[in-house]
Unconditional design. Structure first.
Length: 74
């Protein structure tokens, strides 16, 4: 399993967090998503590698969100 931390600008409410979660679950490689609204990030667990730009593109395309950074975590 691969875990990534995605820092996201523009999430202001639970609906924003749910929308980000939903678009990430739309990627077939995603096993789990934990969105933290107060920290403005999402922890994503993947069953195989996904390009960071693809992760950013699906989030950025979901609304008024901007991915600041995607880093692999353990």
């Amino acid at each position: 399993m691969i875990k990534k931390l995605v820092e996201i600008e523009g999430m202001h409410c639970e609906n924003c967090a749910k929308k980000v979660e939903d678009v990430l679950y739309g990627l077939p490689e995603v096993e789990n998503v934990e969105v933290n609204l107060s920290d403005k990030n999402a922890k994503v667990t993947l069953n195989e590698e996904v390009d960071d730009l693809l992760i950013a593109d699906v989030i950025n395309g979901a609304g008024h969100y901007k991915v600041k950074d995607v880093t692999e975590i353990s």
